[in-house]
Design a protein around this ligand. Sequence first.
Ligand code: SF4
Length: 321
Amino acid sequence: MRSSKPGKKPQPSIPRGTLIGVFDPWRSSLCTCPLKYSLNPYTGCSHFCLYCYATSYIGLRKSTPKKDYRERLLRDINKIDPRYHIDISTSSDPYPPEEEQHRITRWTLEQLLPRGFRVLIVTKGALVARDADILSKGNAAVTMTITTMDRTLAAKLEPGAPSPRDRVKALEKLNEAGVPIGLRLDPVFPMLTDDEHSIREVLEAAAAAGVRFVVTSVYKARPDNLRRVLSAFPELEEEYNKIYRARGERISGYWYPELGLRIRILEKVRAIALRLGLEFATCREGLQHLNTAPSCDGSHLIPTRIAQKGYQRQLDAWLRS
Ligand code: SF4
């Protein structure tokens, strides 16, 4: 395996104990996200995706609301700068099945959106459509992850998540309500979901639901998620050992497939996306020249419906402290 040691991105310091933190892409040197916040109402994730990157940091456990969440969020709201948007969520899903009962993501939106904060929802939960009423009134956009339209394959890859068809229906409802929507075709698996037909099915379904932006990346392996993927798809073991371990390269703690393979897969997605009139971006690939979208994370989709007035710009001071 080749080893790559790209320069480290400067990391802002994050005050201890805050719920809304400055987004840290787990020290990925290839992340092109704008400076933004990250907020996870839940710890753990009941979607149990085989390829989840977060499990190597927080373990494999079902979604549980964070302790003292409401008090902590109300306290943090006074510390953040509305120039920067808030991703909900980056290391858990804000719409797991538990949200139906707890409603803490909805409560979060009820706090943030009327105050004019800019919010980007990142989810696989079809339940997000329940909140179309409030999302459509605020500075909010939704990106939905769909990796395949094959229901059986999706049930293996993402056993706790809604079916791809239900996710598309949620996108349709959000679009009808006027909520800007994007697609995360993320990740694409070599030899599993990287064929033209599979990619086209996802992009066409999303485009028909009103999506105008897609971001994508090729599966990057970490020891724990690779173990889970190979135990579900043992037939991939030999090829994945070649793709990831023998020919791949290690970047920021992940095994990446060799660059040529990644470019072939990403260009396939790009060609279909452009044919469908979608904006295109790549995630943590170091291949920004392929992007046609103004942001890689879909934050350019967030509309300004509620203006923030009289706000003290505190983030710079906060980051310096
Ligand atoms: S939805 Fe996201 S956070 Fe949840 S298990 Fe899947 S990849 Fe991990």
